[in-house]
Write a protein that binds this ligand. Sequence first.
Ligand code: SF4
Length: 386
Amino acid sequence: MAEPTPRLAPTAPSSQLLAAGQNDYRIDLLGLGRDALIAEMARLSLPRFRADQLWHWIYHRGVTDFNAMTTLAKPLRMALAETHQISRLAVSRRQESDDGTIKWLFRLADGNEIETVFIPEDDRGTLCISSQVGCTLNCHFCHTGTQRLVRNLTAGEIVGQLMAVFDDLNDWPSGRDDRYVTSIVMMGMGEPLYNYDNVRTALKIIMDEAGIALSRRRITLSTTGILPQMQACGDELAVNLAVSLHAVTDELRDILLPINRKYPIADVLQACREYPRATNARRITFEYVMLKDVNDSPADAEALVKLIAGIPAKVNLIPFNPWPGSVYETSSDAAIEAFARVVMRAGYASPVRKPRGRDILAACGQLKSASERLRRSQRQDQAETA
Ligand code: SF4
């Protein structure tokens, strides 16, 4: 029987409306998980294989124009183009560092802005993705923590960061063998486990083998240790886990990461011990920001290795990236080296993260704040000249 040309009514979930622009009421397919896309096809009386075809065009080929989807019948392409869209995040600013780091400030449909950073290295390229606009957690050393939380990102806005970067770098799976983006870290603005449902949908889209097909081994989710969702993250996504530790006593961690009062160190480490699939081949990463005279002594390092004993782990040492107004200083190279030696002697890899993109405000949240300052001063200028 011939497939009917659908008469498409725009009654999709409201969260999928308006993704590309406040006045565009077409249904946005970006960010619909597989089941949701199949359900949308069923709503249009279209068979399941249409969802498979769309999935391929959207997530493997990076096509946004229904008319270019040549495996769909022309009347169907035209009908979909009238009532549906595949949106892209708008680039508000793009900065490229001398060291190759690229930072995008994306403007969302409601005017909010988020940051995404690409960090190229010799053997890989990592994209750091945001999960929220701002952050509620107010980690004391983090610039994003100074911005109030505006809202969670939708699944489309999370996967949309990767897709917009694919467009920019011409890096779609169908187009190149030597890809630029080889791994992603959910380590940008926000606490991903406070937006777990949307992060889960987005990461499942990113891992789906018929589309972007990024292996779970190349995806790392970074959390401050939100216990209720840590187990679910391991069970449902089985991605690599990075935990922001940053201190070896609750007293200090309460200050650096106030969420510690709710989820203290011992409980977070117990959840790490129980994290599904943590093995020597898939170690948990502990993030440790090096703050001069705050948490960087050899005694701190000794305490750290005692705390994480028995956990398949590595420790990422992160020289603090200062931002205007921050009260901390970066540890000296000698202090970082001494700290790393203690950790290494205990049998844990302890790479020191190279500061990247310092010339382009690459500390998390800085570009967004700079953009807001600029817009505020432009508004002031306009008010003064009016
Ligand atoms: S470090 Fe992460 S969780 Fe803490 S305030 Fe910054 S963005 Fe939020």
